[in-house]
Design a protein around this ligand. Structure first.
Ligand code: F6R
Length: 264
């Protein structure tokens, strides 16, 4: 696990975009796992900037989003489909046939739909690089506390805390969704490389438990300790409860010296 500490969300967005861009340049037909949410806005802004400057081509990239709210059609302004279109897909050249986002409008037979989402990931050769945010309760995707570490793409009931966090994005009186379709923790752990971003003090407890706490289904992101190639990129506020910050800084310095490829 590599922990990259940066000052603020601007630096986080730039650093994450650089890592994604270099993965796409190394492998133009990259299978890229994507996330939504406030933390990701800066990442997509920088990726769009690199594309507009002519230095980043997404034409052969295939994308798989982590999750979508159940009950929201793609056109709903709070759907993750809408978020992705507004922040990323409308501004870059990902082929629309290569974009995969769970369908929030499915009714019944959820298992069959989720199995087909997993099959699409397999058909693409598996996810090369998975981008993740983290919830205040340690969720990744919408794998809420007590999700099985081996879980696969499925229908998931959202926790009260997540619903409260999401309610600010919905109009007053509009109920925020109670369920989502999400990749499972087992699905996420199969990605070849994982990049988790966190900003702000509200995430600091979840970040500390994920990196330095025991592996537990009570904190879904702690399962990332089982993965061989995970990079956390976190700002000062989100890192404030980590007890080994000096060590992470030293590891970063040595990484820049000995294996700079990991940081570019
Ligand atoms: C979104 C997702 C979630 C978010 C997390 C953090 O696709 O899977 O796990 O990454 O809830 O959201 P923000 O960045 O809005 O704090």
């Amino acid at each position: 696990m590599l922990v990259i500490l940066r000052r603020d969300d601007e630096e986080i967005g730039r650093q994450a975009a650089q890592l994604i861009a270099s993965a796409v340049r190394k492998k133009p037909a990259l299978a890229l796992g994507l996330a939504t949410g406030g933390t990701m806005v800066g990442v997509y802004k920088h990726l769009v900037g690199l594309h507009k400057q002519g230095s980043l081509d997404f034409s052969r990239v295939t994308t798989f989003n982590l999750d979508e709210y159940l009950g929201l059609p793609a056109a709903h302004p709070r759907s993750f489909h809408h978020f992705m279109r507004e922040n990323f897909f409308a501004h870059v050249n990902v082929d629309s046939r290569n974009i995969h986002i769970p369908d929030g409008t499915i009714h019944g037979n959820y298992d069959q739909y989720c199995t087909s989402y997993e099959a699409a990931i397999r058909k693409a050769g598996g996810i090369d690089l998975q981008l993740l945010g983290i919830g205040r309760n340690g969720h990744i995707g919408f794998n809420e506390p007590t999700s099985s570490i081996g879980s696969r793409t499925r229908l998931k009931v959202l926790s009260r805390e997540t619903m409260d966090d999401n309610s600010k994005f919905f109009a007053p009186g509009e109920e925020s969704p109670r369920c989502a379709i999400t990749m499972g923790i087992g699905t996420i752990l199969e990605a070849r490389k994982i990049l988790l971003l966190a900003t702000g003090e509200a995430k600091s407890a979840a970040v500390a438990k994920s990196i330095e706490g025991p592996i537990t289904s009570a904190v879904s992101a702690s399962a990332l300790q089982l993965h061989a190639d995970v990079t956390f990129i976190i700002d000062d506020a989100a890192a404030s409860q980590l007890s080994q910050r000096d060590f992470y800084h030293r590891v970063l310095e040595m990484t820049a010296l000995l294996t700079p490829d990991r940081l570019s």
